[in-house]
Design a protein around this ligand. Structure first.
Ligand SMILES: Nc1ncnc2c1ncn2[C@@H]1O[C@H](COP(=O)(O)O)[C@@H](OP(=O)(O)O)[C@H]1O
Length: 257
């Protein structure tokens, strides 16, 4: 770990977020959503890869849009980045639920991370971990994908007397747990390491529970970046949520990789 890895993660997430905001403002009325999303993905990816090549030339990089730097070597330093998480939401007018993810993993764990929420003017990072607000006291609120909520989530919510809150972007949903806007985020059905590495790093640093849906730890920098399910929640909800997931019909088989 270098002393300023936390600071670098936060600065790069912020810079990529500003680039995306500027692009979105400039092109909003001219191009369709798909083109805007593709341009945003490419611009933020190039910015992050150029900055990491300059600042950390000896580290490997795994981005949603390609790899760079030295080969990944089981457990070495690797930056896992998602230049634009929530591309669909970025491409829609005025939606705030999209994010930039920058994480550094070593020994298969996230060691430093930052998530920019550019539309909210926020960067959450491990350098000064956010404080999770006190529980709101009402029924638990579970964030789920807007477009692909897991089928079993209704049964899980019913078991806990919880309500579900559809939202885009894994980073925005995990940040919503960190910020106390919801109490949990549950995902199944598919995702890659870059979708969760940075926000999971921030959530852990903030003291939240993070795991796979079978309760096992989230492991990063594996040869195959497929990481299909996860749970982030307030610590007191982990046990009841994991039990409800295990009991719900149609949940992923244990340890599904
Ligand atoms: N079943 C699935 N398979 C692959 N990726 C998925 C997925 N469900 C969600 N994701 C990815 O996870 C991120 C958050 O999705 P959602 O908003 O539905 O929760 C999105 O990343 P990108 O926007 O970076 O592509 C999306 O592509």
């Amino acid at each position: 770990m270098k002393a300023d890895d936390h600071e670098l993660a936060a600065r790069l997430a912020d810079e990529a977020g500003r680039c995306l905001l500027e692009l979105r403002a400039r092109h909003r009325s001219e191009v369709d959503g798909k083109v805007l999303g593709d341009e945003g993905d490419a611009a933020a990816h190039e910015l992050l890869l150029a900055a990491l090549a300059e600042q950390r030339p000896q580290d490997a990089v795994l981005s949603e849009h390609g790899t760079a730097g030295p080969e990944r070597s089981g457990g070495g330093r690797v930056w896992i980045v998602d230049p634009l998480d929530g591309t669909r939401e970025f491409s829609a007018p005025d939606r705030p639920d999209w994010a930039v993810h920058v994480a550094l993993a070593a020994e298969h764990q996230v060691r430093a991370a930052a998530v920019a929420l550019p539309a909210a003017g926020l960067v959450l990072g491990t350098g000064s971990p956010p404080r999770v607000p006190a529980a709101h006291g009402g029924p638990p609120r579970i964030a789920v994908s807007r477009s692909r909520p897991p089928e079993f989530v209704a049964a899980v919510a019913a078991a806990l007397g919880a309500e579900t809150v559809p939202m885009g972007s894994a980073g925005a949903k995990i940040s919503a747990v960190v910020r106390g806007e919801v109490d949990a985020y549950l995902h199944a059905g598919g995702q890659y390491e870059w979708d969760s590495a940075a926000p999971i790093g921030v959530a852990r640093a903030a003291g939240l529970h993070t795991s796979r849906l079978d309760g096992s730890p989230l492991v990063y920098d594996r040869p195959d970046p497929w990481l299909p399910d996860l749970l982030v929640c307030r610590p007191e909800l982990a046990e009841p949520l994991l039990a409800a997931v295990a009991a719900a019909p149609g949940t992923p088989p244990e340890g599904s990789s």
